[in-house]
Design a protein around this ligand. Structure first.
Ligand code: MRU
Length: 329
């Protein structure tokens, strides 16, 4: 598997070649590959990596299955990772070619889905915002890097830009690993889309000052009731949008909706190493002995989410169109 190494962007565009399960789990945990849909695709191809390694190293089925579980559980919050693994896993007995073909199908579906999300999201936002180029805020990176290509939240931004309806994008820098400044700003610059990077703490104030027309973010897991986990800091954006009365839009493929998770309280929230908070670029940024709390995600309550845009259309979540009501089981 050849992965863009997202840890070294924007300084270098380089690739990591992954040939075994240890290397893939490490790449997922270090955020070489990250973003819920991209994790799903990496998980699906990861099953093929495990099969190849099993053949090379003479593993029995139990060892191979345990290796597949390690990939599946490498990060807990984005449901797409487990879903990607679970989608191809039943095909293992049919052989490598069948597994790879299904993983490729997942990748193609994600690409197609992203385009549709972009169109639905742009239509929905344009019908509810002033008739002029818009100022849109996004948090973290939900772009081409976080998906099979194109992007979810940034797919909406790209579509708005293609329609001549973007004035400016505020990209929250996204502490502590800077997905917004390193990755979102990089992607937007490639496209020539005007962008300002701001500190995460600036976002609510920017919104309350009336400088933003709509916020669009991605998601890592959407519970049945519409509560949504996304990168830590997202809920501050949603609260400010509700206060300002502007749309807060979640853009995500349907594969990020987890009907088995009833509400946000049931979503597992990854807690990452304290060093990500206590040091900056290898330099200690807190006194010796200081401890850290480092949740990688937060949960935005459904009532704050104006719309969930998926490849199949738009659910107006805060108005009661939650996934469990729209698609009862
Ligand atoms: O920790 P990360 O960088 O994997 O977190 C990513 C996010 O929170 C994204 O917003 C989310 O996965 C959606 S990506 C289309």
């Amino acid at each position: 598997m050849r992965l863009i190494d997202q840890t070294v962007l924007p300084h270098r565009l380089s690739h990591l070649h992954v040939q075994d399960v240890d290397a893939l789990v490490d790449a997922i945990q270090r955020l070489v590959v990250r973003g819920a849909p991209a994790l799903g695709v990496a998980g699906a191809f990861g099953v093929a990596i495990a099969m190849l390694q099993a053949e090379r190293e003479g593993w029995d089925d139990a060892t191979r299955d345990a290796a597949i579980d390690r990939i599946r559980n490498a990060r807990p919050t984005a449901v797409n990772l487990a879903a990607g693994v679970d989608r191809v896993r039943p095909l293992v007995p049919k052989g490598l070619d069948v597994v790879v073909a299904e993983a490729r199908e997942l990748l193609e579906e994600d690409l197609r889905g992203n385009r549709a999300i972009g169109r639905h999201g742009a239509d929905w936002i344009l019908a509810r915002t002033p008739d002029r180029p818009l100022r849109v805020l996004t948090h973290c990176n939900a772009g081409a890097l976080a998906t099979a290509g194109w992007g979810t939240a940034l797919g909406v931004v790209r579509e708005l830009y293609a329609r001549g309806r973007i004035e400016l994008v505020y990209a929250d820098e996204t502490r502590p690993l800077l997905q917004g400044s390193r990755l979102t700003a990089w992607e937007l610059r490639q496209e020539g889309i005007p962008c300002l990077v701001q500190a995460d703490g600036a976002a609510p104030g920017t919104i309350l000052r009336g400088l933003v027309d709509a916020a669009v973010v991605g998601a890592d897991r959407i519970a049945a009731n519409g509560d949504t986990a996304n990168k830590v800091g997202t809920v501050s954006v949603a609260l400010a949008c509700a206060e300002a009365g502007i749309p807060f839009v979640v853009a995500a493929p349907w594969s990020t909706v987890d009907l088995d998770t009833a509400s946000g309280a049931d979503i597992p929230i990854e807690e990452r190493a304290p060093e990500e908070i206590l040091a900056w670029n290898g330099v200690r940024a807190a006194p010796d002995g200081a401890r850290a709390f480092n949740p990688a995600f937060d949960v935005t309550p459904a009532r704050l989410i104006s719309a969930l845009v998926t490849e199949t259309g738009v659910l107006e979540i805060s108005a009661g169109a939650t996934p469990d009501r729209a698609f009862p089981r």
